[in-house]
Write a new protein. Structure first.
Length: 426
């Protein structure tokens, strides 16, 4: 039986990225909150009131009086609610890489006290919290789950770069190893989420719900990508077809494109991994992943075909790729598939450079063989509009075409402009 409810929550958020920082700032409005990250440079920039992820403004950081940010593990020792928001990527074999999660779990386990609650927000496969994290906490703390301490799972739903669907406006799911703790978490999270808090039936249900949210999007986008390939063979503009079909009330107007980022291109592999462990081999999900992983090669093929039809040699062709991040209007480069397109074009000996007003660290990318420019000027054979940043829309197609040679071409991967204004769309 759990002890008395936490009367004075003191919250520690472990991991200060796209998920953890907004959460820590939000909680600090109501509770003493400590944000902890092992990346000292990240902590330093935040303490200087600068967030390179552009999720939290300088003004908000300056006024977060109840928030402490630190890279010292001991700074979170007095917390009684630990919220883990570290990345959960995949490895080179598309298997779950739980090293950051288990590292954070061990850090918390060494500090755990009686009646503490540990909540995981990182994406995992169903069962990971109770089968991997909880035993590690027990081992390192010497405490027993549901007698001395408790665990919960509350899947993050942060959408990087989205200023409409924010932490406050998205229904928050919570779950816990004991019903009374679930009620306590519901009360605590309700302080910072006006959209409401939904208590899942179990931790495994909450974990599974998180995994299928992004898997569903992956499957739907894969369908659109297959349509794009099919309609290209039929010489039909895919986006025109989608626009027409969307006039029906129950049509879901997903768009074709590259599928990168830390969620949609990753979460399905967590679900596949657990399914395999249980002896089930999902076909639709795996096929959707294969199709979406192939899209960078398909885009490159379309570009090569377009250039060939216009008698432009890819060898030595000057190509300007506009946009490098995995999605529009955010600086997030994690798992961006645009890099794969750039590398493939370079493999055909094209002279490629990239313009992205959202990317700050040009030197780092240049060292990786991705030449960045700060202004999109010059005479290019091809402009590839790879990401739908608002700055590109504001530039307008006339200004973009001014970067081209007289016979230069525009390939609009994201459908930013009307079909008549570009030479090719996906």
């Amino acid at each position: 039986m759990p002890s008395k409810p936490l009367q004075k929550p003191k919250i520690a958020v472990i991991g200060l990225g796209y998920v953890g920082l907004p959460l820590a700032v939000a909680f600090s409005r109501y509770y003493p909150t400590i944000g902890y990250d092992i990346n000292s440079a990240r902590v330093d920039e935040l303490n200087q009131h600068h967030d390179s992820t552009v999720e939290v403004s300088t003004e908000v950081l300056q006024n977060a009086d109840n928030l402490t940010l630190s890279d010292a593990l001991q700074s979170i020792a007095e917390a009684n609610i630990y919220i883990v928001t570290v990345p959960t990527p995949i490895d080179s074999n598309n298997l779950p890489d739980l090293a950051p999660l288990m590292h954070a779990t061990r850090d918390v386990g060494g500090l755990l006290k009686k009646n503490d609650v540990v909540v995981f927000e990182s994406t995992v496969y169903p069962g990971a919290t109770e089968e991997l994290c909880a035993p590690e906490l027990e081992k390192l703390s010497g405490l027993q789950l549901n007698q001395d301490f408790y665990v919960g799972y509350s899947p993050e739903r942060i959408n990087p770069g989205d200023k409409v669907h924010t932490l406050d406006s998205i229904v928050k799911v919570v779950s816990a190893s004991h019903p009374r703790i679930a009620d306590q978490l519901q009360e605590i999270y309700a302080k910072v989420v006006s959209a409401g808090v939904f208590v899942a039936k179990s931790i495994r249900v909450a974990e599974a719900a998180k995994a299928i949210e992004n898997t569903q999007r992956d499957v739907n986008i894969a369908f659109m990508n297959e349509l794009a390939m099919m309609f290209d063979a039929m010489d039909i503009d895919t986006l025109d077809v989608i626009e027409t079909a969307a006039t029906k009330w129950n049509f879901l107007p997903f768009s074709p494109g590259l599928v990168g980022g830390h969620c949609i291109g990753v979460d399905p592999y967590y679900l596949i991994h657990k399914a395999h462990e249980c002896g089930y081999f999902p076909e639709l999900i795996k096929n959707a992943r294969r199709l979406n992983e192939h899209m960078s090669s398909y885009v490159c093929e379309r570009v090569l075909k377009m250039l060939a039809l216009h008698k432009i040699n890819i060898v030595g062709a000057k190509v300007l790729v506009m946009g490098l991040t995995f999605k529009e209007n955010c600086p997030d480069l994690r798992n961006t598939k645009v890099i794969e397109v750039v590398e493939q074009l370079q493999g055909y000996h094209a002279d490629v450079c990239v313009y992205d007003p959202w990317v700050e660290n040009h030197q780092h990318l240049s060292e990786k063989g991705i030449p960045m420019v700060t202004t999109p000027d010059g005479e290019f054979d091809l402009v590839l509009l790879a990401v739908a940043h608002r700055q590109f829309k504001e530039m307008g197609i006339a200004n973009i075409r001014s970067c081209l040679k007289p016979e230069g071409l525009v390939f609009d991967l994201k459908g930013i402009f009307a079909r008549a204004d570009v030479d090719e769309r996906l």
